[in-house]
Structures are given as C-alpha cells and as structure tokens.
Design a protein around this ligand. Structure first.
Ligand code: NAD
Length: 264
C-alpha cells in the first residue's frame, strides 16, 4: 500500500541521530508521503538532525529542550504559522541520570526522580496539549515506552516509573481528546541500541536476554518500530486509541525463559 500518509503533516520530537527510534519512524512516514517537522535538543544534536531532515525533504527543524517550556511553545507557534494545522505528533524523548540507571531503584534521588518524570513523562502531556490545539481535523499522537513500566527490568529503575506514568497519560489523554477525533497511543519497543538505550547499565545483556528468550528469538529494529508507528499514525488504525502496542518479538507475552536458556 502506498501514499498512506499523503497530505498529512506532523512533528517528530526525539531524533538524536540515524540510530534513533524516532528516525526509523520518520523514514516510514516519509516513505508513505508525510510532510515532517523535527525538533532537536541542543546544537550538537542539531548538526546531526539537520542533514537527516534534509534527506526526507524537510527544512522545518527547530531546537527544543522540553525542560524549557518557552522552547516548546516556540515550536508549536512555528507549526501554527507555517502549516496552520497538523495531523500527527511523535514523542520519542526520554532521559534519566545515567548514574541512577544502575543498582537499586530505592536509591533514586528526589532531584533525578523529578527531572526524569518531567522529561520522560510530563513532556508528552505538555506537547500533546499544544498539538491538540492544532489538530482541527482530528489527528494521531504517539509516544514510546518500554516494558519496564509494568515489570521489573534490571537497572531500568526510575525510567520504569516514568514509563508507567507515561502509559497512564496515554489513556487519560486519549479520553480527553477522543471527542475531537484525536487518538493517542504508545509503542512499547523491545531493546534497541540507541544513545538512550546504551545509558542503561548492562544494556547489552538485556538485549541478548530478550533476543534469546522472546517467541521470535529476536528483538526489534527502528524500521520495525517505524512500521507499527505508520499503522498507529495513519487512518489504518482509525478506531484505535489509548493503547500500548508492543513491538518486541513477543517478549512481553512470555513468563519463563526458553527451553534453550533453561538447558544451559
Ligand atoms: P535516542 O537517544 O536516540 O532518543 C532519545 C531522545 O530524547 C534524544 O533525541 C534526546 O535528544 C531526547 N531528549 C532527552 N532529553 C531531552 C530534553 N530535555 N528535551 C528534548 N529532548 C530530549 O534513544 P531512543 O532509544 O530512540 O529513545 C526514544 C524513546 O524510545 C525514548 O522515550 C526511550 O525511552 C524509548 N524507548 C527506547 C528503547 C530502547 O531500547 N532504545 C526501548 C523502548 C522505548
């Protein structure tokens, strides 16, 4: 099927480089005809994001640090001025102090708890509220989560708590915006080797464990996430909202290691 996103315009928040999940999503959307705007965090990442944006014919690239609400407002003001309305938004933003993505959750500091929550959870609500004002013909919103929200994953700690809040936000926002024809969903991706993913202690072991013990004996690529995102952001998923879609080779459905692992 071609041209699924023809005539649709939207904002991608969270491309850091060509390994970012947000970049896999951007490519899938571009391939189906979407027009894209991008934000980046800080000048160093801007240097990577601008050529990527150019490669998908976008010159709409703005700095945005979600800790600075003025920069968030500036992005939505620019979208309004340039396009008047948008059809979708992708929020692929997460951060926690690396020193607390190891060891015990119990040792999380108050400062890092608050910061992780604001950047990794509340920023979606703040962006969604502003995006909804521009979705005059309805729309679709998507954020990225991880299974550490509902089950304990080693070292994921405060990020798991933030993702639990993020997933609950998806449901509340879906209910708030549903009457305006705006859908809100999340993709729960399996482990992917990205800047953020590599910040978690023992990420390599987690990656191999999930690969070896999922039903498909695999994890997922940014292209796999892109495919699921295309479904959730296009009219193919017209009546799907408030959901968390796993893209993890089925790891989320198992309760025991595979027989191969047990035999080791
Ligand atoms: P990534 O490092 O490529 O992307 C993370 C993005 O968050 C970066 O672009 C970074 O600039 C942005 N960011 C962090 N703090 C910010 C701030 N204050 N303001 C604006 N932007 C900020 O890594 P990724 O793995 O592609 O992460 C994207 C999303 O996917 C995150 O929410 C992450 O938790 C989620 N996720 C990742 C994995 C994985 O294994 N990599 C699995 C499931 C979910």
């Amino acid at each position: 099927m071609n041209g699924l996103m023809e005539g649709k315009r939207g904002l991608i928040m969270g491309v850091a480089n060509a390994s970012s999940i947000a970049w896999g999503i951007s490519q899938a959307l571009h391939d189906q005809g979407a027009e894209l705007a991008f934000t980046y965090q800080g000048d160093a990442l801007g240097k990577r994001v601008k050529p990527l944006a150019e490669s998908v014919n976008s010159d709409f690239v703005m700095p945005c640090d979600v800790e600075d609400l003025d920069s968030v407002d500036a992005v939505f003001a620019a979208l309004k001025e340039r396009w008047g309305k948008i059809d979708f938004i992708v929020h692929a933003i997460g951060f926690s102090d690396k020193s607390e993505l190891r060891g015990r959750y119990a040792d999380t500091s108050r400062d890092n708890f608050s910061r992780t929550m604001v950047i990794s959870c509340f920023s979606f609500t703040e962006a969604a509220k502003r995006a909804a004002d521009l979705m005059s013909d309805g729309g679709s919103m998507l954020t990225l989560t991880y299974a550490g929200s509902t089950r304990v994953m080693p070292n994921y700690n405060v990020m798991g708590v933030a993702k639990a809040g993020l997933e609950a936000s998806v449901r509340y926002l879906a209910n708030d915006f549903g009457p305006s024809g705006i859908r809100v969903n999340a993709i729960s991706a399996g482990p992917v080797r990205t800047l953020a993913g590599n910040g978690i202690a023992d990420a390599r072991q987690m990656y191999s464990y999930q690969r070896d013990n999922s039903p498909m004996r695999d994890v997922c690529t940014i292209e796999d996430v892109g495919g699921a995102a295309l479904y959730l952001l296009s009219d193919l998923s017209k009546k799907v909202t408030g959901q968390v879609q796993f893209v993890d080779s089925g790891y989320s459905c198992i309760s025991m290691p595979t027989v191969e692992t047990l035999a080791k």
